[in-house]
Design a protein around this ligand. Structure first.
Ligand code: HAS
Ligand code: CU
Length: 562
């Protein structure tokens, strides 16, 4: 057995420091960011139902009063879930964890409020053209598909909201440092801040794409655009965005779940190193989404493919170290033998159960990611249903089910009400995990036999070409419907909690203790140095790619294919 502080039985006695009082204006912003994200989850999930029914041969789109077309529905699904749900939740949760980590309020209430209002305005602005059928461009909005300018403006405001959140974190860090010279940044704040520093750098790609290329083009100020340059800028952001979605879940798995299961974070410095590796390696790998694009040099694609194997590593470390922390807690609760600690974990706590299931499903998400990133194997799965199979295991479950699990303490925490419907919440978590496994089985098998992604399969004229597709679609549709049922249960629990059906009560923000050993690995404290190294690696990895695409070949007008 591993000898570690996290595995010692007395670890359960660790008591975290008291929670700081949060100014009302900051609490308002955090609360409404979280509620906005849950609203986006509900709306995006609703369109997930129509897609799942599509797979089962039921085309309900024509009978919908609004957004009654497959691609319009898919745009709502993707934009709401991949962009709004994730951004708003990260902004809310990681503001709160910054406060909790530093044990002091955020430096600026105004910035916290602006972060909320800007994403809200962004969502409203982007929704108008989407609902009116003028921005059916999916969540990747690849040119030459051209959306209404309001769609791009909405995106700008959503990204701005994340930058404001990051700025507030950094100002809080500066203020904390002044009062605590020479001290190591508390782990919860450290992981939250590194997540945002990574995203600040990553989001520059899509910011340039939208502000310099797409917005002026959709406004009619320039007639043509450069689709290849735009796609490359998009994927500069588009890969690291998946870690911007994932890392809030990791913050919970590393710094909160150990407390919830009665243990400790396995290793403080190792956790820091994991987040720093995400900072370093998340961005210079975006070309693994462009393996099939002939405008990019094969050597650069192969090189970034190799770096992708590198960014796999911090997740492997996470798998082992989070598991070690869980094992320690399970053993402290009397679990024996090789696997006897697993049933001893508090599976009856819906917040824990949801996140443990999210982790288990993420193992398969990781496996499929490795398949995607293998240059030659990618040619088999690219643009097939395999890819949505992969990302419903990752963002659709590792992230979404973790967020749901977090919400089971966060909504009570923010509302001052006790969690209503614990049993329902438990059923919800299991249904989601079962649903996504069926869903992904259908998509992955379909993808391996060349079923295209982003296609209304039930009405495709070539559906009978591959006999196994019928069964694959049934699994996908059934799994999707089960996930929606699970989502409905989740919102019932949230509603019951918000309405106070279980009465008032205070909830703890679970903050795990960890063995902080000052002076261990001082290299993990050099945030500035790691940021510089990140910029250098990006310059080496993307410099030649962008140089080869410049000056832009502005050769394509906008298309409206819907
Ligand atoms: Fe991905 C495409 C490669 C992770 C999301 N990915 C996508 C797309 C999305 C997405 C949305 O290389 C489609 C974009 C589009 O529309 O075109 N992905 C990877 C790799 C990883 C990976 C190598 N992806 C993610 C995550 C996502 C996400 C995370 C969202 C949050 N992905 C690709 C590639 C493509 C791609 C190619 C392009 C494909 C194409 O051709 O278009 C890795 O980061 C995965 C690492 C994960 C692991 C798993 C670790 C497991 C853990 C759990 C441990 C369990 C415990 C439980 C502790 C190594 C940490 C114990 C509990 C008990 C109870 C015992
Ligand atoms: Cu990627």
């Amino acid at each position: 057995m591993i000898e570690s502080p996290a595995l010692r039985p007395e670890a359960v006695e660790a008591v975290p420091p008291p929670e700081p009082a949060i100014p009302a204006g900051q609490l308002f912003a955090i609360r409404w960011l979280v509620y906005l994200s849950l609203f986006a989850l509900a709306l995006g999930g609703l369109y997930g139902l129509f897609q799942a029914l599509q797979r089962l041969g039921m085309n309900v789109y024509p009978s919908l009063p609004i957004a009654g077309e497959y691609y319009q529905g898919l745009t709502i699904h993707g934009v709401m879930l991949a962009l709004v749900f994730t951004f708003a939740f990260s902004n809310g949760l990681l503001s709160l964890t910054t406060i909790r980590g530093f044990e002091r309020p955020l430096a600026s209430t105004l910035l916290a409020q602006l972060a909320f209002w800007s994403i809200l305005l962004g969502v409203v602005l982007a929704s108008v053209p989407i609902l009116a059928g003028n921005a059916t461009v999916l969540f990747t909005f690849y040119p030459p598909l051209q959306a209404h300018p309001l769609f791009y403006l909405g995106l700008v405001l959503a990204v701005l909201s994340t930058w404001l959140t990051s700025l507030n974190q950094l100002l809080t860090l500066r203020a904390w440092r002044r009062d605590h010279p020479g001290e190591r940044i508390p782990l919860m704040a450290f992981t939250s801040i590194v997540t945002y520093v990574m995203w600040d750098i990553a989001s520059v790609g899509v910011a340039i794409e939208v502000v310099v290329l797409l917005l002026p083009w959709s406004l009619g100020l320039v007639p043509n655009t450069d689709p290849e340059l735009a796609r490359t800028l998009f994927w500069f952001t588009g890969h690291p965005i998946v870690y911007f979605w994932l890392l809030p879940a990791y913050v919970s798995w590393y710094t909160m779940i150990p407390r919830q299961v009665g243990g400790r974070t396995f290793s403080d410095p190792l956790t820091r190193l994991v987040f720093l590796l995400f900072l370093l390696l998340s961005i210079p790998v975006g070309l693994h989404h462009q393996f099939t694009e002939s405008a990019v040099a094969p050597s650069m694609k192969a090189y970034q493919g190799l770096l992708t194997f590198g960014v796999f590593f911090p997740s492997i470390v996470t798998a082992f170290s989070v598991m070690a922390s869980l094992e320690g807690a399970g053993r402290a609760r009397g679990g024996e033998g090789l696997l006897g600690w697993i049933p001893r974990l508090p599976w009856s706590d819906p917040s824990v159960a949801a996140q443990l299931l999210a982790m288990l499903v993420f193992m398969l998400g990781g496996v499929t990611g490795l398949i995607n990133s293998s240059y030659t194997v990618n040619l088999l799965v690219h643009n097939t249903a395999f890819i949505p199979g992969h990302f419903h295991l990752t963002v659709g479950t590792a992230v979404a089910l973790s967020v749901i699990g977090i919400a089971y303490w966060l909504v009570p925490y923010l509302s001052g009400h006790r969690l209503w419907g614990r049993q329902l919440a438990l059923v919800q978590a299991w249904l989601w995990a079962i649903g996504v496994l069926l869903f992904a089985r259908g998509q992955i098998a379909g993808g391996l036999t060349s079923m295209p992604r982003r296609t209304a399969m039930a009405t495709a004229t070539y559906l009978d070409l591959v006999p196994s597709w019928g069964f694959d679609n049934v699994l996908t549709g059934l799994g999707g419907v089960i996930m929606v049922v699970s989502g409905v249960l989740f919102f019932l629990v949230v509603l019951g909690t918000l309405c106070g059906w279980a009465g008032r009560g205070t909830t703890e923000l679970p903050a795990a203790a960890s063995e902080v050993r000052p002076g261990v690995w001082p290299v993990v404290d050099r945030l500035g140095g790691w940021t510089v190294a990140t910029l250098v690696l990006i310059a080496l990895s993307y410099g030649p790619v962008f140089l080869s695409l410049l000056p832009p070949s502005l050769n394509s007008p906008g298309f409206r294919v819907w």
